[in-house]
Design a protein around this ligand. Structure first.
Ligand code: ZN
Length: 547
């Protein structure tokens, strides 16, 4: 799971750039689209690394670049054919940012002439396959649909036109060999034994689709400075069923100083779980005591996590069995967060938050909210208490949005509790709430097509309905009502955990029908952000390819 923080589905960005040559309307529209992103170079202090670690970085980047190629195939298909058809340099750049001809911040609207809507199943399934056809093939399959539904298979038509599942390691074998070889070369240079073992096991995993041993090794690894998250990981790109994992990679450098500050919160997980505001039946699982929380600087993003909006925090692994055995690792990507806070959140707050509450919008609160969002993914229920299997299985395509809302709201619940218990010295609850409220505006700009966008709409509407904030009709400024927000956080936490525990697919649908839609007032406030030319997200200047 991960957190992204971009913004909006507003198409009316009226920007001043590109006027000199009076470009044709279409070209100028492309410039407006590009202006939703502000370019950032991610940096870290490489002098803290050893000589060998510095030598490993190009190898890790090379493996990551392969994930980029693979994600292109999964999201769209043949990248080169598409790029060959696009002459305008702005359009080409925008295609590359989106990994295809659909605008990820505009609900996947096509932005290249002649391109139709994006297939919900991306390129994981045949474009002409229906849900019913898939379900029928699952019902007829000998393994109960295991292969068809696997995270790590692509569904294709065989010579007779029937649906068939092909494992990733076969479908993408050539490219995966390149990535695995780069990881093994990096492993040879690794001075940290845990990292060396992980890199070798991850290379094996890429070639077999058996990720569990490397996930376990990754959780066992504690003393490394360099890290790489790599492989088919999240399922957001499969909007048809949410079954298929998309390739991505992050190359990371641990920030040991900040990590020490975070260490103590991991130890509080079991107590936080016991304190959840739900009946006992919904909090019986124990989150892994071995979980950890670290801050990193990201130095390279590739594939899924680099498409459109950029991730700033990750909670992995997703494998529920590994989670129950080892807990999860939460990675806070500090340099990316700082860039988004400075370039997006502060300007957003300047438009939508009441003037006297704006000083409460702070980086430390932003960092804490994001951190506890990730912690909260590890809490609650993983398996339904109603005998419907895992929550993910029971809630299918509705799982991701609800899970993101859970993490946001339970994260806020935990911040509230810890401040009350005096565990966050110096923290001021109003900072966290005001920063969160400003953050909702930013996150809704992700577009309603994303899990985070839907989650934020739910939170916004629930808060509004419960008086957690008020809006000044004259200035359009929003003001946190502290006590009512506290109560709303409790109520929504309980509601979400119970829906998850019950595996109540229909109930989740009703909740989002009720409270997951964009109101006219909110839309007009988002339009104000667009008119103020506040970028939606960052795009990364990552330098030249390694080869
Ligand atoms: Zn999340």
């Amino acid at each position: 799971m991960r957190t992204r923080l971009p913004l909006l589905a507003v198409s009316l960005l009226l920007l001043g750039c590109g006027r000199i040559e009076r470009p044709p309307a279409e070209e100028s529209k492309m410039k407006q689209r590009l202006a939703k992103y502000t370019e950032v170079k991610l940096e870290t202090d490489l002098s803290l690394l050893t000589e060998k670690e510095r030598q490993m970085i190009p190898l890790l980047k090379r493996a990551a670049e392969v994930m980029d190629e693979l994600f292109w195939i999964q999201a769209y298909g043949d990248k080169l054919t598409l790029l060959a058809k696009v002459q305008d340099p702005d359009a080409r750049r925008f295609v590359q940012i989106n990994y295809g001809p659909w605008d990820r911040l505009e609900g996947d609207a096509p932005f290249i002439d002649g391109v139709g809507p994006k297939p919900p199943g991306a390129n994981f399934y045949p474009a002409d396959m229906t849900k019913d056809e898939f379900e029928a093939a699952v019902a007829a399959s000998k393994d109960g649909g295991r292969a068809m539904k696997s995270l790590y298979t692509v569904v294709r038509r065989d010579a007779d036109g029937a649906l068939a599942a092909e494992p990733y390691h076969q479908a993408y074998g050539m490219l995966l060999k390149v990535a695995a070889a780069a990881l093994r070369d990096a492993a040879k240079l690794a001075e940290d034994a845990g990292l060396r073992r992980y890199l070798n096991l991850r290379a094996d995993a890429l070639l077999t689709d058996n990720y569990q041993p490397s996930d376990l090794a990754w959780m066992d690894m504690k003393t490394n400075t360099l890290d790489i998250v790599i492989g088919p990981i999240e399922t957001y790109e499969d909007k048809l069923f949410g079954y298929k994992a998309a390739y991505e990679a992050y190359v990371l450098v641990k920030d040991k100083e900040w990590s020490r500050r975070l260490e103590k919160y991991a130890a509080m997980l079991p107590a936080l779980q016991r304190g959840l505001p739900v009946p006992d039946a919904y909090k019986k699982e124990s989150p892994g005591a071995d979980s950890d929380l670290n801050a990193y600087d990201a130095i390279y993003y590739a594939g899924d996590c680099n498409a459109g909006s950029k991730t700033i925090a990750i909670n992995l692994p997703n494998d529920e069995e590994v989670q129950l055995k080892k807990g999860t690792r939460r990675l806070q990507l500090k340099n990316s967060m700082r860039a988004k806070f400075d370039k997006i959140l502060m300007p957003v707050a300047g438009v939508v938050i009441a003037e006297d509450q704006r000083p409460h919008v702070k980086f430390d609160a932003f960092f804490a909210n994001t951190m506890f969002h990730e912690v909260a993914h590890g809490l609650g229920v993983k398996k339904t208490i109603a005998g419907k299997g895992t929550v993910r299985e029971a809630l299918k395509d509705r799982f991701s949005s609800l899970e993101e809302a859970k993490a946001d709201i339970l994260g806020l619940y935990m911040v509230t509790r810890l401040i009350e218990q005096g565990e966050l010295p110096g923290a001021v609850l109003m900072d966290n709430y005001a920063t969160f409220l400003a953050g909702i505006f930013r996150s809704i700009r992700f577009g309603a097509s994303s899990a985070h966008g839907k989650a934020n709409l739910l939170e916004f509407n629930f808060f509004e309905k419960n008086g957690a904030f008020t809006r000044d009709p004259q200035t359009g400024a929003h003001r946190v009502e502290l006590d009512k927000m506290k109560a709303a956080v409790n109520d929504l936490s309980a509601r979400i955990i119970q829906l998850q525990g019950d595996g109540d697919y229909a109930g989740v649908g009703r909740l989002f029908d009720d409270m997951g839609l964009m109101g006219a007032q909110l839309q007009s406030d988002l339009n104000r952000l667009a008119r103020a030319s506040i970028p939606v997200d960052i795009v990364l200047d990552q330098g030249a390819p390694t080869k």
